[in-house]
Design a binder for this molecule. Structure first.
Ligand code: GLY
Length: 279
C-alpha cells in the first residue's frame, strides 16, 4: 500500500506554487475565464493568457511564472460525470518558461515535485514522450533513471496545441498507475481504469500556420498543466475527481437540498449529482 500523504486541494495548490516560486518563478493570479484571444471563446488551459508571449507578440513580464488557472473545456462535456476524471470546469496548475529553461529542467522539476513534494512512489508512475522526441526520452532514461519500459512513446496524443493554429510542441506526460501489480509488460496509457495523466510538460517551440505547416518559434518555451482535481483524486485516495474535497461539498449540498443521499444512489443518479457539481 502506498503511503504518500493525503493533502487537501488547497495544500496541493499551495505546494505546487511554492515549489516553483522557490525555483525563480513569479506567481501570477488566474486570468479571466473569458480570454482576450479571439480564436477561443473560453480559457481552456493555463497557457492561454501567455499565447502572445509564446508568439513573440508581447514581451514576457518575467522569464518564469507559475499560476493556478481556472479553465473551461467544453469539448469534454459529454463525458462529464460519466468518467472519473472529466469535467468542464477545472483548475490547472502550471509552470511556464519564456525562452528561459527548457526540457531538462522542466522534466527534472516535474519529477521532483511529484515524487518528493507529493511523495508519489516512482514505481507507481509512468511517463510518455512524443515518439520523435529522443531528447526527452534520453532525459527520462539517463538523468531521471526511469526504466525504459515505463517510458511510453506516443503519437499525436503527445503533441500539444491550444488550437488549430498557434504555439504548439511535443509534450511529455506523467501518469499515475493505480494498479502496478498488473505489471509492466502491457502498459496501455489509454486504459483509464489503471492510468491517470496528472502532469503534462509541453515543449512549446513551434507555431502551426493555417496551412498546417510548423514554423519554429523565436524561443524554446515551457508550458505545463497539472490538473488540480486529478492530483487530489490520487492523493485523497478517492475513486474520482468529484469525491475530492474540491467538489464533494457541492455534491453534499445538492444531496441535502434534494434530500437524496448521494452514497445510496445508483451510478446513473450519482452521474446527475456530478453533472450539477461540475456545472
Ligand atoms: N497546456 C498544457 C495542457 O493543457 O495540458
Amino acid at each position: 500500500m502506498s503511503n504518500f500523504p493525503s493533502l487537501t486541494g488547497a495544500e496541493i495548490r499551495q505546494k505546487f506554487l511554492e515549489f516553483y516560486q522557490r525555483r525563480g518563478h513569479q506567481l501570477l493570479p488566474s486570468a479571466s475565464l473569458v480570454p482576450e484571444d479571439p480564436t477561443v471563446l473560453l480559457t481552456i488551459a493555463g497557457m492561454l493568457p501567455f499565447k502572445p508571449i509564446f508568439l513573440g507578440q508581447k514581451e514576457a513580464p518575467f522569464p518564469r511564472v507559475t499560476t493556478s488557472q481556472r479553465c473551461i473545456r467544453t469539448n469534454d462535456i459529454e463525458n462529464v460525470g460519466r468518467t472519473a476524471r472529466h469535467h468542464t470546469f477545472f483548475e490547472m496548475l502550471g509552470n511556464f518558461s519564456f525562452g528561459d529553461y527548457f526540457k531538462k529542467e522542466a522534466i527534472a522539476w516535474g519529477w521532483e515535485l511529484v515524487t518528493s513534494v507529493y511523495q508519489l512512489p516512482p514505481d507507481q508512475l509512468v511517463v510518455s514522450v512524443f515518439h520523435e522526441d529522443e531528447t526527452a526520452f534520453a532525459i527520462w532514461r539517463d538523468e531521471i533513471g526511469i526504466p525504459v519500459h515505463r517510458i511510453q512513446k506516443m503519437g499525436e496524443d503527445n503533441f500539444w496545441a491550444s488550437g488549430a493554429t498557434g504555439p504548439c510542441g511535443p509534450c511529455s506526460e506523467i501518469y499515475f498507475d493505480f494498479h502496478p501489480e498488473r505489471g509492466d509488460t502491457h502498459i496501455d496509457l489509454e486504459d483509464d481504469s489503471r492510468f491517470l495523466e496528472i502532469y503534462n510538460l509541453v515543449f512549446m517551440e513551434l507555431n502551426r500556420q493555417s496551412d498546417g505547416s510548423l514554423v519554429p518559434l523565436a524561443k524554446q518555451n515551457i508550458d505545463t498543466g497539472m490538473g488540480l482535481e486529478r492530483v487530489a483524486q490520487v492523493l485523497q485516495r478517492v475513486p474520482n475527481n468529484y469525491e475530492t474535497d474540491l467538489m464533494m461539498p457541492i455534491i453534499d449540498a445538492v444531496s441535502a437540498i434534494a434530500t437524496v443521499p448521494y452514497r445510496q444512489c445508483d451510478a446513473k443518479l450519482q452521474t446527475s449529482f456530478k453533472v450539477i457539481a461540475d456545472h
